[in-house]
Design a protein. Structure first.
Lengths: 448, 363
């Protein structure tokens, strides 16, 4: 009897194993280190759902990328560094094909892999976040943060506050409070916020909210005492809605509370209810069905029941749109590499592709992604490339974000000094020999 | 047939106190170690070394440390990850700020000793409080470690979140350059970890057979009775904290250097302490080998399950379903194991050994 059950089980398993992806000639392999369970599952399902939807669309529409069918498999990381490292080692090769790059959407996992990626010649991608000095491509050739970095983010927020005040010169004498999450992520902006205010003549104060941030009365009492003109919210998860509710309760005008890039999800504003009405936050990728490519995904995938999101109402949400944006960037890097090296590229060649992205408005329109993806132009010295963002405002009555500004550029000059200092520190202490980006031979050598 | 004592006679007390009194045991262990040292680095792929063997060794070292404290001496602790954090940060700082001749094993020993001293400080409350109350006070060590390294960025060399540990820290006495060996390869890291862990496990085994070890166990079983028969309870407890935290510190250093290759505070958050506590409980409190059995089970089970799920059902369900089912089965397995055998895997192994001794005639 028992044997029978075993045999049936085994037979079922074998039957189902047919659905597993099988590599063939003319395929490229991209690992998918997802997190669909755990406290950060909203981010994981949205982001990787967006990537998968975009890849699927490209497989249907163009037969993949440059004629090569895209194959991927999933590995569940739980947003856990150690599981992510295990997934990387498991996924860096699949059925004899090398992974083209690795994009885990996690500061912890991606920074853990900076050195390993270089050894294996696999680019590690961290869209809109990551180790800021990773911008220096000469020091970190296999690390990319397409979009914006933390310093861009805060200089753009300051520039937006300047716009709200009717000009940067009006910032003089104003007071800005940075309300930050008590973690390395939160602290990263403190020093730079002070630098920005020094430059523009405003005064700044940084107030820490201990993790997880579900009780902020004392912080907001402190804010009420120091009477700032603006509060910049550098939050994460539950801290965001609590900040909005407490701030409004204490009489702080919500329109003067500006959210950073991890305080801009629907999930951040919805729990705050009506308090969040008029809350503004930075974004690199406007939410909603803002680009042609999203309409195509809806028409070709979701209307045929092939989409990756289980909850269709999340189409156009912040994390899903970020995923589509990441998918566009990924495949564009592959195409750039294919243009130079031929269709069957390897991971080092795709690294070169990431380093030579040129997503301008014309190209983005061609890809159907204009309005969703910011202009990104990377090079050997700059692995970020975008340095610009927009702002959006939450409209409570319609439960949606409306775009509140045009593209605003980050203060790249101011951030460069501090990035350089950190990169020098890495050179001195991590045994890295930087390449010379002015030397064309070293610059164009894809296998650094 | 195997594990027979028949025909094995000890003719002196020294022989009677041998580590492996049964010849079969000795040979099996010897072959196993030779296999681990000479064969494994040749046949194992990067994936097996980097994602399985090295983390198991690092976790095993920390679990062994906790077992010495909790299993042998009966002092509950939830500060394991905090002590690992101290060990890892001090190792990095010693390597970073010392002259050329400093090498990784020595730095680990130094860092482990400092961690041991810190452990003694956090162990002081154990003089007065016991059991669950001590658990709360060791929890302070966990939070203190994270707060300390977050507040003093000097120890992270002023990096924002993490430091990539440089390859040149692995070179021992210029061996790498002299023989053209890559000392930072996974094979070399694996052998380094294996060497350190074997040495520490041997030391622990012998410690437990010495009078110090018997003092530990006397304190665990009943500290009032122990003090009545003349065992210095306070000194024994402090010594247990020192030794345990030394092991945890070295384990933390291995965890960062050999396994993650990155040093950061987030690695040592609270859940890591729980994970190691589970390893010790499942493996068997008070058993040296049990620490490693528990490590292997707790570390490998979720991976193997997701792996099997990947190969057999790949694509049929999404990873969330596979992952959640793995968690359910894992929970059931642990409950079943602890009901059937509260002594953990080590006790299970002892029973198996006993059965093998009398096989095939159990009566």
């Amino acid at each position: 009897m028992k044997t029978k059950i075993w045999i049936t089980g085994l037979a079922m398993a074998t039957a189902m194993s047919v659905t597993a992806p099988v590599m063939a000639e003319g395929d490229v392999y991209i690992p998918m280190p997802v997190y669909r369970v755990g406290p950060y599952a909203t981010g994981g399902t949205g982001y990787f759902g967006g990537i998968i939807d975009y890849y699927t669309l490209m497989n249907m529409k163009e037969g993949g990328v440059g004629g090569m069918n895209i194959i991927w498999n999933e590995c569940e990381t739980n947003y856990n560094d150690q599981k992510g490292v295990e997934c990387y080692h498991r996924q860096k090769e699949f059925q004899g094909k090398q992974a083209l790059f690795f994009d885990p959407l996690s500061v912890g996992i991606s920074t853990s892999l900076v050195a390993q990626g270089r050894k294996d010649k696999i680019a590690i991608i961290a869209v809109n976040h990551g180790r800021t000095e990773g911008q220096r491509g000469d020091v970190f050739p296999y690390y990319f943060m397409p979009g914006i970095n933390t310093y861009d983010e805060h200089s753009i927020i300051t520039a937006y506050i300047g716009q709200l005040e009717g000009g940067m010169e009006n910032l003089a004498g104003k007071k800005i409070v940075l309300l930050f999450h008590g973690s390395t992520y939160g602290r990263e902006a403190v020093e730079f916020t002070h630098m920005l205010c020094e430059k523009h003549g405003c005064s700044s104060e940084a107030i820490e909210v201990p993790h997880p941030g579900n009780e902020q009365t004392s912080q907001w009492l402190k804010i009420r005492r120091s009477k700032p003109d603006y509060v910049v919210l550098r939050g994460w998860g539950v801290m965001n809605p609590v900040a909005m509710q407490t701030g409004v309760r204490m009489g702080f005008p919500i329109s003067n509370l500006i959210g950073n890039i991890w305080s801009n999800d629907d999930g951040d504003v919805k729990p705050a209810g009506s308090s969040a009405n008029g809350y503004q936050a930075i974004t690199t990728h406007p939410t909603g069905r803002v680009a042609k490519v999203i309409d195509e995904i809806v028409a070709n995938l979701y209307e045929q029941g092939k989409g990756d999101l289980e909850d269709k109402s999340r189409i156009g949400s912040n994390y899903w749109n970020l995923g589509v944006m990441a998918g566009v960037i990924h495949l564009e890097a592959v195409r750039v590499a294919q243009a130079r090296f031929g269709a069957d590229v390897n991971s080092a060649q795709v690294r070169w592709g990431f380093e030579n992205l040129n997503l301008d408005t014309a190209r983005l329109t061609e890809l159907g992604a204009n309005g969703l993806v910011p202009e990104i132009k990377t090079n050997c010295m700059d692995h970020v490339g975008g340095h610009q963002a927009k702002f959006m405002r939450w409209v409570y009555a319609e439960t949606k974000w409306e775009v509140a500004s045009d593209w605003i550029d980050g203060d790249v000059e101011l951030s460069q000094a501090i990035i350089d200092a950190k990169a020098e520190n890495a050179i001195a202490n991590e045994g890295i020999t930087p390449r010379d980006c002015n030397d064309p031979a070293q610059r164009d050598d894809f296998e650094v | 047939m195997i594990y027979r004592e028949t025909g094995t006679f000890s003719t002196s007390y020294i022989e009677d106190r041998k580590l492996f009194p049964i010849p079969f045991d000795k040979w099996a262990m010897g072959v196993f170690l030779l296999f681990m040292v000479f064969v494994v680095p040749l046949i194992a792929s990067d994936y097996w070394l980097a994602a399985h063997l090295i983390p198991i060794l690092a976790y095993g070292c920390a679990a062994l440390g906790l077992n010495l404290l909790t299993g042998m001496t009966g002092q509950l602790s939830l500060g394991t990850a905090g002590f690992m954090c101290f060990g890892a940060f001090f190792t990095f700082n010693i390597m970073l700020r010392s002259p050329e001749w400093m090498n990784l094993p020595l730095a680990m020993v130094l860092a482990g000793s400092v961690t041991g001293v810190i452990g003694v400080i956090f162990g002081l409350p154990s003089i007065r409080i016991k059991g669950f109350y001590l658990l709360v006070s060791t929890l302070a060590a966990q939070y203190f470690a994270l707060w300390f390294f977050r507040s003093y960025p000097y120890f992270l060399n002023y990096a924002t979140a993490t430091v990539t540990l440089p390859d040149h820290h692995f070179d021992l006495f210029g061996i790498g350059d002299a023989f053209g060996v890559d000392m930072a390869s996974f094979e070399a890291k694996y052998l380094l970890s294996l060497g350190i862990v074997c040495a520490l496990a041997l030391f622990a085994k012998n410690l437990m057979r010495s009078s110090t070890g018997r003092n530990f166990m006397a304190v665990r079983d009943m500290d009032i009775a122990a003090s009545v028969i003349g065992i210095p309870v306070i000194r024994t407890k402090m010594l247990a904290f020192f030794v345990s935290c030394f092991y945890c510190g070295v384990g933390g250093a291995l965890f960062c250097y050999a396994y993650l290759q990155v040093l950061g505070i987030r690695t040592f958050e609270m859940n890591r302490s729980f994970e190691i506590l589970f390893m010790v409980i499942i493996g068997g409190l008070g058993s040296i080998a049990g620490s490693f059995y528990g490590t292997v089970l707790v570390y490998e089970f979720p991976i193997l399950f997701s792996w099997a799920g990947d190969y057999l059902l790949g694509g049929a369900f999404d990873t969330a379903v596979v992952d959640n089912v793995a968690k359910i089965l894992y929970g059931i397995l642990i409950i079943a194991l602890l009901i059937r055998e509260p002594g953990g895997l080590a006790a299970l192994w002892l029973t198996a050994k006993q059965k093998l001794r009398t096989w095939p005639f159990p009566h």
